[in-house]
Design a protein around this ligand. Structure first.
Ligand SMILES: NC(=O)c1ccc[n+]([C@@H]2O[C@H](COP(=O)([O-])OP(=O)(O)OC[C@H]3O[C@@H](n4cnc5c(N)ncnc54)[C@H](OP(=O)(O)O)[C@@H]3O)[C@@H](O)[C@H]2O)c1
Length: 328
């Protein structure tokens, strides 16, 4: 019997940006034993989606061409794999797909059951779609910074760079659940937005004061959660406490070399690369924060499926304030 076809967007080579995205009809995937088949209702894009297309993590990603990009999905379960027991057809869920397979920019997609979480009714489809990669990364970074999310422990001074972005806006909110004093960087037009998320001090990264990363109240940072790029180590070093650490969310070769060198020299002020290794319980935790109203998804822009290419251009711009969402 001929496979049922669906609409999808894919690309077949590295590079090309928005113009390389092609609208295609491909077979609806069949869930493997440990997967669920979802009818996609909304997708959020992440900076890493365009980086995969650009070939930055080549040859590791994507797993193969042609590739349907996108990893963050809100949708409805339509079929479950033979060993999947947590969900049934009709359940509303959120899912994080693997970067190797992608698959979000399509009418239907398959997700591993252990990377699928029930969507609470209190969280809208668009807000829920914003959560998977960005909120999980934010949660992982904050817990790497030893911030206790019940608010206990001594006050920690934390710097968060690019606090207006998809990841950064969740980092600020999660960090403020702990006992923290947060200094955050963003562009001038987002200063009030980032203060509204709970940051105690906000720096415009395009001013000399902002570029220096100096806390206006003179604090030295115990942790930096670095969601931006291209800030020289010397700038961080001047602002760190005696044992301050920088957690780098975009570790390139330079970070890896510094990390290795600092390990060998027992540096007290390390640069720590962070690559998300997602865990089900953390996914459930951030979704529960959203359910309780403690973690809000701020939506930069929403696009209908017919304008998904515009959403791709927006994420490539690097100027999103919060999350870029595509709705079906
Ligand atoms: N390690 C991991 O597992 C992992 C997981 C997810 C994401 N990431 C990485 O984390 C980084 C952030 O991701 P994202 O989704 O938040 O990106 P994003 O949404 O595209 O970030 C855009 C925002 O960052 C701001 N920004 C850019 N450069 C800045 C700077 N130097 N200082 C302050 N603000 C700056 C922009 O403000 P303006 O518009 O004012 O310029 C914009 O609001 C990306 O490099 C991404 O690849 C890593």
């Amino acid at each position: 019997m001929a496979a049922k076809l669906m609409n999808a967007i894919q690309y077949s080579r590295y590079g090309g940006g928005t113009t390389a995205l092609k609208r295609v009809k491909i077979a609806v995937p069949d869930p493997k034993a440990d997967e669920v088949l979802l009818k996609v209702e909304a997708v959020s894009l992440n900076a890493f989606d365009w980086k995969i297309q650009k070939g930055i993590p080549r040859p590791i990603l994507p797993g193969k061409f042609p590739y349907v990009p996108g990893t963050d999905v809100a949708g409805e379960v339509v079929k479950v794999g033979s060993s999947a027991t947590k969900f049934k057809a009709g359940d509303k869920v959120l899912a994080l797909l693997s970067h190797a397979t992608g698959g979000a920019l399509a009418e239907y997609t398959v997700a591993k059951e252990n990377m699928t979480v029930a969507k609470p009714p209190e969280v809208s489809v668009a807000e829920g779609a914003g959560l998977p990669l960005a909120a999980l990364t934010a949660h992982t970074a904050v817990t790497h910074a030893n911030i206790k999310l019940d608010g206990s422990g001594e006050t920690k001074n934390v710097l968060i760079t690019a606090a207006s972005g998809g990841v950064g806006h969740y980092v600020v909110q999660i960090a403020k659940l702990g006992n923290t004093h947060v200094t955050a960087t963003c562009g001038a037009r987002n200063l009030e937005f980032v203060k509204g998320l709970g940051a105690d001090e906000v720096l415009d990264y395009k001013t000399p004061e902002g570029a220096s990363l100096r806390s206006p109240s003179g604090k030295k940072y115990e942790y930096v959660i670095h969601c931006a790029m291209d800030i020289p180590w010397a700038t961080f070093a001047l602002n760190l406490s005696e044992t301050g650490k920088v957690i780098d969310l975009t570790p390139g070769l330079g970070t890896m070399i510094r990390f290795a060198t600092q390990k060998l020299t027992f540096s007290k002020k390390p640069l720590v690369p962070l690559i998300l290794s997602p865990k089900t319980e953390n996914f459930e935790y951030v979704v529960n924060l959203a359910k309780e109203g403690k973690l809000k998804t701020v939506i930069d822009s929403k696009y209908p499926w017919s304008k998904a290419e515009d959403a791709w251009s927006r994420i490539i711009s690097g100027h999103a304030m919060g999350k870029v969402i595509i709705e079906f």
